[in-house]
Design a protein around this ligand. Sequence first.
Ligand code: GDP
Length: 353
Amino acid sequence: ALSIGIVGLPNVGKSTLFTALTRKGGLAANYPFATIDPNVGIVDVPDERLQKLADIVHPARIVPATVEFVDIAGLVRGANEGEGLGNQFLSNIRNTDAICEVVRYFSDPDVVHVDGRVDPASDVDTIQTELVLADLGTLERAIPKLEKEAKRDKEKAPNLAIAKRLQEWLNEGNRAADLDMTDDERAAAHDLFLLTMKPILYVANVDEDALGKPVAQVAGQDPIPICAEVEAELADLDPEEAREYLDSLGLEHSGLETLAQAAYRLLGLQSFFTAGEKEVKAWTVRIGAKAPEAAGVIHSDFEKGFIKAETISYEDYVSLGGEQGAREAGRLRMEGKDYVVQDGDVMVFRFNV
Ligand code: GDP
């Protein structure tokens, strides 16, 4: 599943948010193992289209797409010095697809700020510095190996070259992801497993009364406003009570749901659907993926033996009352292996076994 590492300075509300994630009453109900790993929380990606499809096919269950959040503790100023970032920390964060940084915007004077004042831009700088320093450490270890390899094998020279360019770039305090790279260079850079190659999104942990109001940008991005304390309260409510509470705050979705959606967008992902009597289900696939890749999300055999995909756009499916209606109206398409999957496609795969 899509996995996002949560980082941030101490006392910004990471644990509060994470506790809310892992205590979800209504959310991620279809994920029975959500509580096995204390550092992992699973959140459903809200998608109103699922209910619309379910109203047509009346399935036994609805299965939304999910995002997995991983609590990555241990990032503080100077974390890369001394013993260095712990191995556990590094391996936890390396295995995630993206980073979500919680930034303190709330003002509560009872909660001590590590630097004595609430300053989102400065907090973001501090974390970026730590991640950049960790990456510089990685490059320092990788470059001598790449030099040896490049001597033995000319084809490895570009790997060494990009590592050196990245080292210069990071030395200026930049994130690896922001370096101008060709596709080949980017692929080579990915093999270095740098933390600052990962896409990052920012959560502004705001005061409750600031919810729904605009928040200041950090690092050139609009952060996602969340009140961690409200999320923690929401997590303790049953779905109906949670709905009422959200309504009373004038909010449509919980912050965690908004976060899951934002993560989806950040990573260039979309959903396609399968709709049957057993279940209506959202599946996650890259924007730009072709039909066989989508089939492979369901099962690798579907991709290997891919023949074609019976495809109905979400709009057609709903307006024509489902598969039968779409078929009769000539709106069910037989798509081949070069078909680029569109957001919301309702698909049935035909494959050889
Ligand atoms: P962490 O160190 O980043 O994991 O931070 P915690 O989640 O432990 O939060 C630190 C303190 O800030 C706790 O006392 C929380 O109750 C408090 N806190 C967290 N989120 C909020 C919030 O949205 N508003 C206020 N006023 N306090 C919060």
